[in-house]
Design a protein around this ligand. Structure first.
Ligand code: ATP
Ligand code: MG
Length: 652
C-alpha cells in the first residue's frame, strides 16, 4: 500500500496552537492528572474505584472476566438496577426537587421535570410495561421524538430489565421494521408525532406500516405529543391511560452486572447497521465516570445540554445514563437549530444559563455558515465547557467554536468514541489538558488506545495508521445482537488481540491523537495514503469555505484523484479563479500530493440522520456511477439535487 511502513497513512497537517486550561479551572476540576497515573499503575483497580460511583445491591467477585476474549464480562457477580442509580438514589439523598430535565418543545412549550417527578413517572411506566406483559429480557423498541417520555420509556425498560432498542424518530417504516425484526421486539413505544421545522410530523403511521411485517410485536404504547388524528388498532394502548393509570409504587429489582441494557443500531454511515449490545454495570460505570470527568459536571450548579437525539448512542450515554446517574440538570430540546430562527440554540443557552454544551461538528460548521453575528446577539457567558462528537472536528471549526460560542476562553473537548465503545474513549480532560484544535488528544485514564500499521505494530510519534483498542474497557459492546460471528469478523479479525474501530488516526510529534476518518474512505494518490479529514480541514481553513467532503475517484494516472465537494460560507460566490485558489490553498497547506484534482461547489452534502457525511455516495458521483444505498440518508432527495447542481461546477 504505502511507500514506506511509516506512511501507512500520511501525516500532512500540522497544528501548533494550544490552549491550556486556566488555573481556576484546573484548581476546581473534578479529575486531575493523577487519574492517568492511578490508571496506569493498576487499570482494573482504577475501574473498580469508578464503579463505586454507583450503588450496587451486591458486590462483584471479579472486576474483569477476559477468559474467553473478545467476550468480556465486567464486575461479574455484581448486581444493580440502572434506573435506581439514575433516579431513586438521588431522591433518597434529598435531591428530589432538583430539575432533571428542562424540556423545550420546538413550538416553545416548556416543562421542568424534577428528579422526584421523573422517578414517579418511571415507576408508573414500569408498572404499565409489566401490566402489558413485558418481562425481564423482552426487547422493547422506542420510536419517539425528543420529549421527556422518551427518557422515561428508556428508564422504565431498564428498571424492569427489558432491553430497549431506540430507533431514531426520523427513520422510515422499512428501517424501523428491520430493526424491530432483528431485535425480536415484543412492544413498541412511540408517540403520535412530534414537532420539527415549525410543523407537526407523524410517527404513528410509520409504526403501523412497519408492523405489517413484524409478527413479534404484541402491543404498541402511544404517547400523545401533537394530538393529531391517528389510526387506532386493537394492539394500540394510550400511554396516558396505561401509564397515567398505573401505580407509582415500584420497587426496583437488582439485575446482574451483565444483564443486557440496550441494543442500539449504528448510524449506518458505512452500510448495514449493526445491532450493538450493551450491558448494565460496566456500561453505567464508564458512562457515569466519563460524563463526570470529560464535562467536569458539578451537579449542584451546572446546566448541561447535549443536543444529540435520543436515537443515537450520544443520547443514550450523555443524555440519559451518564448525566442522570450523576444527578445532572439538563436541557432537552425537541427541534431543529433554525426554527423559528437561526439563533434558537443560543437563545436556549441564554434562557437556561447552559454551562456545558455538547454538540457535533456538522452543527458547528452549519453555525459558521450562518455567520458570526447570530451567536453574537445572545449572552453565552454562562458556558464553561464545550464538547464535540460524531466526526473529526476541523481545526478551524474548533477555533470558531471556542471563539464565537465559548467567548475565547472555554475548554473545547473533542471526544472520540462509537456506538460500539458505549462511552467516550479519547478526549482531553478540561482541567488537565492543553487542548489543540482538531485533536482528540489522549485516551482517557483506564483506556488503552493506540495507532498501528498493517502489521499491528505501534506507529511512532509523527506516524499514521489504524486506531485500535488494546485492552477491554467497561462499556465495550458485548456482541452484535444475534450474530457473534459478525462481531468477531467486524472488530477482532484485523489485528491479533486488538479491537479495530474502523477509523484511521495519527500521532503527532507530541504523541497526541488525530482522527483521520474511516479507513474505507482513505484515498490512495500516487502511492500515498491520504486522509479525507486532512484535505477537508485544509479546505475549511480557507476563509470562504464552511464545509467540505473529499473523496478519492479512480484516476488513470495517479490511482485515485482527490475530488472535493465544498459548501461556501455565507453568501460568497465562486468563479474559476476561486476554485483554483482553493486547490492551491490545499497544496500550500498540506503539500502538492494532496491538491484536489477537482473542486465542486455544492449547496448541501449527503449526511446520515446523525449528521455524518456519507462519502461513499459522493464517490459514486465522482466516479459517475449509479448511486448506492441511500436508506440511512437524512434526506434521500439530496443526491439528485447534488447531481443536477453539478453542471458548471466542475473544474479540471
Ligand atoms: P456505521 O458503523 O453503521 O457505519 P457510524 O460509525 O457512523 O455507523 P456511530 O457509532 O454513531 O456510527 O459513529 C461512530 C463513528 O463516528 C466513529 O467510528 C468515527 O468514525 C466517528 N467519530 C465519532 N466521534 C468522533 C471524533 N470526535 N472524531 C473523529 N471521528 C469521530
Ligand atoms: Mg461505525
Amino acid at each position: 500500500m504505502a511507500d514506506t511502513p511509516q506512511e501507512t497513512l500520511a501525516n500532512l497537517l500540522s497544528e501548533d496552537r494550544t490552549f491550556p486550561p486556566s488555573p481556576e479551572f484546573t484548581q476546581a476540576a473534578n479529575v486531575t492528572a493523577a487519574a492517568y497515573d492511578e490508571a496506569a499503575a493498576d487499570r482494573l483497580a482504577f475501574w473498580e474505584a469508578q464503579a463505586r460511583r454507583l450503588d450496587w445491591s451486591k458486590d462483584w467477585d471479579r472486576v474483569l472476566d477476559w477468559d474467553n476474549p473478545p467476550f468480556a464480562k465486567w464486575f461479574t457477580g455484581g448486581e444493580l438496577n440502572v434506573s435506581a442509580n439514575c433516579l431513586d438514589r438521588h431522591v433518597a439523598n434529598g435531591l428530589g426537587d432538583r430539575v432533571a430535565i428542562h424540556f423545550e418543545g420546538e413550538p416553545g412549550d416548556t416543562r421542568a421535570v424534577t428528579y422526584a417527578e421523573l422517578l414517579d413517572e418511571v415507576k408508573r411506566a414500569a408498572n404499565a410495561l409489566t401490566d402489558l406483559g413485558v418481562e425481564a429480557g423482552d426487547r422493547v423498541v422506542i420510536y419517539m421524538p425528543m420529549i421527556p417520555e422518551a427518557a422515561v420509556a428508556m428508564l422504565a425498560c431498564a428498571r424492569i430489565g427489558a432491553p430497549h432498542s431506540v430507533v431514531f424518530g426520523g427513520f422510515s417504516a422499512a428501517a424501523l421494521s428491520s430493526r424491530i425484526d432483528d431485535a425480536g421486539a415484543k412492544l413498541v413505544i412511540c408517540a403520535d408525532g412530534g414537532f420539527r421545522k415549525g410543523k407537526a410530523f407523524a410517527l404513528k403511521p410509520t409504526v403501523d406500516e412497519a408492523l405489517e411485517s413484524c409478527p413479534s410485536v404484541e402491543q404498541v404504547l402511544v404517547v400523545t405529543r401533537t394530538g393529531q388524528e391517528v389510526a387506532w388498532n386493537d394492539r394500540d394502548v394510550k400511554w396516558e391511560d396505561a401509564v397515567g393509570g398505573a401505580s407509582n409504587e415500584h420497587e426496583a429489582q437488582p439485575f446482574d452486572a451483565e444483564h443486557p441494557l440496550f441494543i442500539l443500531y449504528t448510524s449506518g454511515t458505512t452500510g448495514k447497521p449493526k445491532g450493538i449490545l450493551h450491558t448494565s454495570g460496566g456500561y453505567l460505570t464508564q458512562a457515569s465516570f466519563t460524563h463526570h470527568a470529560v464535562f467536569d459536571l458539578k451537579p449542584e450548579t451546572d446546566v448541561y445540554w447535549c443536543t444529540a437525539d435520543i436515537g443515537w448512542v450520544t443520547g443514550h450515554s450523555y443524555i440519559v445514563y451518564g448525566p442522570m446517574s450523576n444527578g445532572a440538570t439538563q436541557v432537552m430540546y425537541e427541534g431543529t437549530p433554525d426554527t423559528p430562527h437561526t439563533g434558537r440554540f443560543w437563545e436556549i443557552v441564554q434562557k437556561y444559563g447552559v454551562t456545558i454544551l455538547y454538540t457535533a461538528p456538522t452543527a458547528i460548521r452549519t453555525f459558521m455558515k450562518w455567520g458570526d453575528d447570530v451567536p453574537a446577539k445572545f449572552d453565552l457567558s454562562s458556558l464553561r465547557v464545550l464538547g464535540s462528537v460524531g466526526e473529526p472536528i476541523n481545526p478551524e471549526a474548533w477555533v470558531w467554536y471556542r471563539e464565537h460560542i465559548g467567548g475565547g476562553s472555554t475548554p473545547v473537548v473533542d471526544t472520540w468514541w462509537q456506538t460500539e465503545t458505549g462511552a467516550i474513549m479519547v478526549s482531553p480532560l478540561p482541567g488537565v489538558t492543553a487542548t489543540k484544535p482538531g485533536s482528540a488528544q489522549r485516551p482517557l485514564p483506564g483506556i488503552s488506545v493506540d495507532v498501528v500499521d498493517e502489521q499491528g505494530e505501534a506507529v511512532p510519534d509523527g506516524g499514521g495508521g489504524f486506531l485500535v483498542i488494546r485492552e477491554p474497557w467497561p462499556s465495550m459492546l458485548r456482541t452484535i445482537w444475534g450474530d457473534d460471528q459478525r462481531f468477531l469478523d467486524t472488530y477482532w479479525a484485523h489485528f491479533d488481540g486488538m479491537y479495530f474501530a474502523g477509523d484511521g488516526a495519527k500521532k503527532d510529534d507530541d504523541g497526541d491523537l488525530w482522527l483521520l476518518g474511516r479507513v474505507d474512505d482513505i484515498m490512495l494518490v500516487s502511492g500515498h495514503n491520504i486522509s479525507t479529514t486532512e484535505v477537508e480541514s485544509a479546505l475549511v481553513s480557507h476563509e470562504t469555505v464552511a464545509e467540505a467532503a473529499v473523496v478519492g475517484a479512480s484516476d488513470p494516472v495517479t490511482g485515485q484523484g482527490i475530488v472535493a465537494f465544498v459548501i461556501l460560507r455565507g453568501q460568497s460566490e465562486s468563479s474559476p479563479e476561486h476554485l483554483a485558489e482553493l486547490r492551491a490553498h490545499v497544496a500550500k497547506t498540506l503539500g502538492a500530493i494532496a491538491k484536489p484534482r477537482q473542486v465542486i461547489i455544492v449547496a448541501e452534502l449527503p449526511k446520515t440522520r446523525s449528521g455524518k457525511i456519507m462519502r461513499r455516495l459522493l464517490r459514486d458521483i465522482a466516479e459517475d456511477r449509479e448511486i448506492g444505498d441511500v436508506t440511512t440518508l437524512a434526506d434521500n432527495t439530496v443526491m439528485s439535487r447534488i447531481k443536477t447542481g453539478l453542471q458548471g461546477g466542475k473544474e479540471d
